[in-house]
Design a protein. Structure first.
Length: 304
């Protein structure tokens, strides 16, 4: 771990926990007691993104927030030590929840890559997932007629882009400025998002996440996402909350339409000026919406 979390302790004041996955340290937050709320981040963020939600929910819920391997405070191995694909991410999550004894009445909160990770887990463990909260993400392949944004395709396929991502942290820098459209993010917050990704070696996950985007059957994760897509109908009878930033140039309105096609019962809150990182962009509005949603759909007490 190249950076010290003490430098941002005033922003991220949580107890760190680690699960050993073979020889890798898998970092996670485990705050509060009660019904389990599992929050899954995407790329190039980390558990820091959910800090306001964690603080707001931990008095009433048990909040679990992992940093995917290669991200945040988790270890950042090379590709010879870890397979940076969706299948590995889901297996890691399953190992963590098994370790914590969380096997039922789970609420999933998902954003960006956390959507595919979380919904693939949910498809495999449908009876364990009781509520879902969605922030600008997908749980399915690209919607019909939709093409991957040219910038992501460039990052996925170009060796030059790979060099720029690992040498200059280009992906995280761009995300820091484009992820929020509703309000200007203070430099201190942008630095905290980038802090774990401070060297060539520590940016491996940032690149591998993009390279793992499933576009065609030749891509390693395509079949798994296709399988997940076909299982989403199992969640049509369960409470779903969607909070959506309309100014997201990647997960645009076609993705929201796809969610509603698959889960038409979802409660939707759309933010016309909000960007991709709507959790950060509209935190003050989203926190009470999530609290109200959980209160409206209680699952019964579950303690440690």
């Amino acid at each position: 771990m190249a950076f010290s979390v003490e430098r941002i302790r005033h922003l991220y004041d949580f107890q760190s926990n680690f699960l050993k996955l073979e020889d890798l340290g898998y970092h996670y937050l485990d705050e509060g007691e009660g019904e389990a709320v599992v929050m899954l981040h995407g790329n190039p963020t980390w558990s820091f993104m959910y800090r306001d939600l964690v603080k707001a929910l931990r008095p009433s819920y048990r909040v679990v927030v992992p940093d995917h391997i290669g991200c945040g405070l988790s270890d950042k191995p090379g590709t010879s030590e870890y397979n940076y694909t969706l299948s590995s991410r889901v297996s890691d999550l399953e190992a963590l929840l098994t370790h914590l004894g969380l096997k039922q009445d789970l609420t999933l909160v998902v954003h960006d890559w956390g959507g595919l990770i979380g919904m693939t887990f949910a498809a495999r463990n449908a009876s364990a997932v009781s509520r879902i909260v969605v922030f600008n993400t997908a749980g399915f392949l690209l919607p019909a007629g939709k093409s991957l944004h040219w910038l992501l395709r460039f990052c996925k396929e170009s060796r030059l882009a790979g060099f720029l991502i690992q040498r200059f942290n280009a992906f995280a820098i761009i995300a820091g400025y484009t992820g929020c459209r509703q309000r200007r993010i203070p430099p201190e917050i942008r630095k905290a998002y980038k802090a774990p990704y401070d060297s060539w070696e520590n940016r491996i996950a940032t690149l591998r996440f993009v390279q793992d985007i499933p576009l065609t059957p030749r891509d390693e994760s395509y079949a798994l996402v296709e399988e997940t897509s076909n299982q989403l109908h199992h969640f049509r009878e369960k409470p779903v909350l969607i909070c959506w930033g309309e100014k997201d140039f990647v997960f645009d309105g076609s993705f929201l339409e796809e969610w509603l096609l698959r889960l038409p019962q979802a409660e939707v809150h759309s933010f016309p000026k909000g960007g991709h990182n709507i959790v950060e962009d509209a935190s003050e509005e989203i926190v009470p919406i999530v609290i109200e949603f959980l209160a409206k759909h209680p699952l019964g007490s579950r303690t440690r």
